[in-house]
Design a protein around this ligand. Structure first.
Ligand code: PBG
Length: 331
């Protein structure tokens, strides 16, 4: 009787029970974060055309969204504001009664410590030109002038009760400046999530719909070149040195190599953002009958985890938490 092949790797894949025994990576609801859009001046949820299944919520709905996410065991919600009025300096971002800061207050109250309240810290939703910072006279994004506004924005978010600030603007020095501003004002407990390796990506397309932002030009002078891996690592290392509590890679799916490199090198937890375009691709392909929706979602998320993410921001957080709870076979 032949013994070839000597090593039979299929042995451990024979039955579902055998396969479960060998599963290396699991999704946990506590490590999923749900992005939530809050729109000023509406009184009922509005669907986002390019993100089927995702809504813009009125402020009045936020308490319910938070309670529901907490009940589902999700680890956090990341709030994004859609203001009624925008201007050149994004003043709605720093105003205590700006839509995002109001939403943070409502969310923190509703959370009752059961789920973390997080906020996007960036100006693009609040500026009329759509850039993440202030523009200089020549039209370029002025790094250091922007840092001053970010510090104000961080303080407004901390006052409102945000527990994790998601620094997504890609300005140099933003982590250090915001950490110093928070500490000086007595907010040393507020954590910083640095969107460290944030790429200039076409996969943010549907997000523009979600926040109704139009961009003049592009973001390539501050977001990373999709061709560069080492630079993503450099950004994460720099952010950790500046005091980031968490670092993030974004988008997730097309940047799993960067995620793996950052995860290898990081001394803080690593997050990944499965962005709007990644969401839309799977939803629309499934609607066209091209792929099995649920399996594709599960595979995309476990792939992100396998690459090294501790925490994943995903628009499917709510649904996947339900799957996990029900013990659905995610394979
Ligand atoms: C910046 C920000 C963006 C996203 C999250 N934070 C947009 C951008 O930088 O262009 C995109 C998220 C997504 O596409 O799901 N406020």
């Amino acid at each position: 009787m032949s013994t070839f092949p000597e090593r039979r790797l299929r042995r451990t894949r024979r039955t579902p029970a055998m396969r479960r025994l060998s599963t290396e990576n699991h999704l946990a609801a506590a490590q999923l974060v749900l992005p939530v859009f809050v729109k000023e001046g509406i009184d009922a949820p509005l669907p986002i055309a390019s993100m089927p299944g995702v809504m813009q919520h009125p402020l009045e709905a936020i308490a319910g969204v938070v309670t529901d996410a907490a009940d589902a065991g999700i680890g956090g919600i990341m709030l994004f504001g859609v203001p009624a009025v925008r201007d050149a300096t994004g003043s709605g971002a720093v105003a205590d009664d700006g839509i995002l800061n109001r939403a943070i207050r409502v969310a923190r109250e509703a959370a009752r410590g059961r789920i973390t309240v997080q906020a996007d810290l960036c100006l693009d939703e609040f500026t009329d030109h759509g850039h993440c910072g202030l523009l200089a006279a020549d039209g370029s994004v002025d790094n250091d002038a922007t840092l001053e506004v970010y510090a104000e924005m961080a303080l407004a978010q901390a006052r409102a009760g945000a527990e994790v600030l998601g620094l997504s603007g890609m300005m140099d020095g933003q982590v250090a400046v915001i950490r110093a501003a928070l500490d000086a004002a007595g907010y040393s407990d507020v954590a910083i999530l640095a969107y460290s390796a944030k790429y200039a990506s076409a996969f943010y397309g549907p997000f523009r719909d979600a926040v109704e932002s139009t961009l003049e030009g592009d973001r390539r002078t501050y977001q990373l070149d999709p061709a560069n891996g080492r630079e993503g690592l450099a950004e994460a290392v720099q952010d950790i040195a500046e005091g980031a509590d968490y670092v993030m890679v974004k988008p997730a799916g097309p940047y799993l190599d960067v995620l793996a490199r950052v995860a290898d090198a990081s001394t803080v937890p690593v997050w990944a953002y499965q962005v709007s375009g990644e969401y839309a691709m799977i939803e629309l392909a499934a609607r066209a009958g091209a792929i099995d929706r649920d399996r594709a979602i599960a595979e995309s998320l476990v792939g992100i985890r396998r690459a090294g993410a501790d925490v994943i921001l995903t628009y499917w957080a709510r649904e996947v938490a339900e799957w996990i709870r029900a013990g659905k076979d995610l394979a």
